[in-house]
Design a protein around this ligand. Structure first.
Ligand SMILES: [Zn+2]
Length: 283
């Protein structure tokens, strides 16, 4: 049986375009298990907001590809949330292919660490493949520090290169390097909003901000006004969940996990609801 979510009838490409026109953004939240998924969906229900549910290769390996997709799809249906399932940071064409076959609505191919012509070649191949699935494709151009990588400011996305990249690949959305990084920030992050505006003016795609954890809400709002229409949130979700569990389990011998998990799920809901309210309300 094909499981479909009646709530996600609008394709993600169109939805992102709609958000961009309304000066608002979709929050793209990573989930890691049933509990984190539930925390996110509770928040989407409370905020009455659409949401993108993201999986990385590590989370797919952990949960299992079909289990992860079907769990997310059925949960979107049960919670009656408008949502899409997106593959975050795929490092290979093969992984993208497997995920599209498994029913993802959207994929990101991340070849940003390869030379430009190789990034273009693999991204173009993914765009051609995804067209057969009506799936949305995101790519990355520039250096957005991954966990464990240097957060030194280098390799920001060049507007002219972004324009060339988009034309050559036909990609729907582009993750840009403008000063954000994955993980937590040591110093207050400073986004190059002028560069963002230049990229927006010269390209015709949805722009994506990775490393959304820890960016102040006024900065997020400014970035949205300059073309960001998808904001990724992962680190803060993992962090609040684990902090809550650690706190609850101190001097606690409870073995009923159905009692142990709910406060951590609520902590995620509070965090995500707050972010949804910041990013998804148009100005
Ligand atoms: Zn990312």
């Amino acid at each position: 049986m094909q499981i479909q979510s009646p709530a996600s009838r609008m394709g993600l490409k169109d939805k992102l375009r709609e958000m961009q026109c309304a000066n608002s953004a979709l929050l793209a939240t990573n989930f890691y298990n049933y509990e984190t998924l539930r925390g996110i969906l509770n928040a989407a229900v409370e905020a009455r907001s659409p949401v993108i549910l993201q999986l990385t290769k590590s989370s797919i390996d952990y949960i299992g590809l079909n289990t992860a997709v079907k769990m997310a799809r059925v949960a979107l249906q049960e919670y009656n949330v408008e949502g899409w399932i997106h593959l975050d940071h795929a490092g290979s064409y093969e992984l993208v292919h497997r995920c599209l076959d498994a029913g993802f609505d959207s994929v990101m191919i991340d070849a940003s660490e390869l030379p430009l012509h190789e990034n273009i070649a693999i991204t173009r191949k993914v765009v051609e493949l995804a067209a057969g699935y009506q799936a949305q494709v995101e790519a990355e151009l520039g250096y957005v520090a991954k966990l464990g990588q240097s957060k030194e400011i280098k390799g920001f996305t060049e507007p002219a290169e972004a324009s060339y990249f988009v034309k050559e690949t036909g990609v729907d959305s582009l993750a840009v390097a403008i000063g954000s990084a994955h993980g937590f920030y040591v110093d207050k992050p400073k986004l190059d909003l002028e560069r963002l505006q230049q990229i927006q003016e010269i390209t015709d795609v949805c722009l994506v901000l990775h490393g959304g954890s820890g960016i102040p809400s006024d900065t997020l709002k400014k970035a949205i006004r300059k073309g960001i229409c998808k904001i990724n949130l992962a680190t803060e979700i993992k962090n609040i969940f684990m902090l809550s569990l650690q706190k609850n389990l101190q001097n606690n011998t409870e073995i009923d996990l159905r009692i142990v998990f709910p406060p951590a799920i609520s902590a995620i809901s509070g965090l995500v609801k707050n972010k949804l309210e910041i990013v998804s309300k148009g100005e």
